[in-house]
Design a binder for this molecule. Structure first.
Ligand code: A2P
Length: 279
């Protein structure tokens, strides 16, 4: 099978990640295999899961069932908060790899900094060890604020390849994206469609109408043009396909400016600086 050509972003360790992936947060396990198979057959080659999503096994089954060679798929999973620490981190990776049915993961992320536990440096050392062993190709973080990133880099000497953060037009994360540029970290957007809440916004639908595209396609395109890696979630095969059909049009500076008016600081998820849940 010839791998489909699609845009990628080269990470600070030289590995390339497909810019658009399928996110499976909030995809129930019983719907995950079908969604991931639909994505792979459409051409997606990047799947983003996490231990805490409860659907790693189904992601693994879908990759096997798809017939797409393992090495063509960029597979991402995440270390859950309760598993932070050096030894616990290594063990948690074993469990994730077993569930996924893979020998290696392309990108392994610390899911949240959990500042109160103060274990993210030790956890990242475990990720670095897994990378040395070849069990993980790239290592990164999720939901890290600038101070967490700076501590991590100062204490380990390693710059995470990505920081996956909540990012959509209502929370465009300008400052944090600038910090990423300064540090050489790729920005990855979760809840890129505002969990669906932005799809009926008149600003977005107006831009969509001018391009004869769907609101979701406009939002995904907005992320691409900002330089983000983007992982829209859908369980619907038609929407999964149309969310990937975003490489043949371009938003104008006028479109980008009108989408910028949506910035009101709305955060849909928890604040990473105070989220210390380890359940
Ligand atoms: P569904 O899974 O039923 O398609 P986000 O990625 O920001 O978390 O947004 C995911 C939400 O957006 C889900 O509710 C998903 O519903 C919905 N969604 C994803 N793609 C589309 C689309 N192309 N059209 C309409 N809704 C979409």
């Amino acid at each position: 099978m010839t791998p489909p050509t699609q845009p990628t972003i080269v990470l600070n360790d030289g590995n390339a990640i497909p810019t658009v992936g399928l996110g499976v947060w909030q995809t129930p396990p019983e719907e995950t295999q079908r969604a991931v198979e639909a994505a792979l057959s459409t051409g997606y080659r990047h799947i983003d899961t996490a231990a805490v999503y409860g659907n790693e096994s189904e992601v693994g089954h879908a990759i096997k069932a798809s017939g797409v060679p393992r090495e063509e798929v960029f597979l991402v999973t995440k270390l859950w908060n309760a598993d932070q620490g050096y030894d616990k981190g290594l063990k948690a990776f074993d469990v994730s790899a077993e569930r996924l049915g893979v020998d290696y993961v392309d990108l392994y992320l610390i899911h949240w900094p959990v500042p109160a536990a103060n274990l993210f440096v030790d956890s990242f050392k475990a990720l670095a060890h897994l990378r040395e062993q070849g069990r993980v190709r790239s290592i990164g973080v999720s939901n890290f604020a600038p101070e967490h990133l700076r501590t991590l880099i100062a204490d380990t000497g390693i710059v995470p390849a990505v920081n996956q953060i909540e990012l959509h037009p209502r929370l465009p994360q300008q400052e944090l994206r600038q910090v990423h540029v300064e540090l050489g970290i790729a920005t990855e957007a979760w809840s890129p469609l505002g969990q669906g809440g932005l799809l009926s916004d008149p600003v977005v639908t107006t831009v969509a109408d001018t391009h004869c595209k769907t609101p979701a396609q406009v939002l995904i395109r907005w992320h691409i043009q900002l330089g983000n890696i983007v992982i829209p979630k859908s369980v619907n095969p038609d929407r999964i396909a149309s969310n990937f059909d975003v490489f043949d049009f371009e938003l104008s500076s006028h479109d980008i400016a009108s989408i910028a008016t949506l910035d009101d600081g709305t955060r849909l998820g928890p604040d990473p600086r105070t989220f210390n849940f380890t359940g």
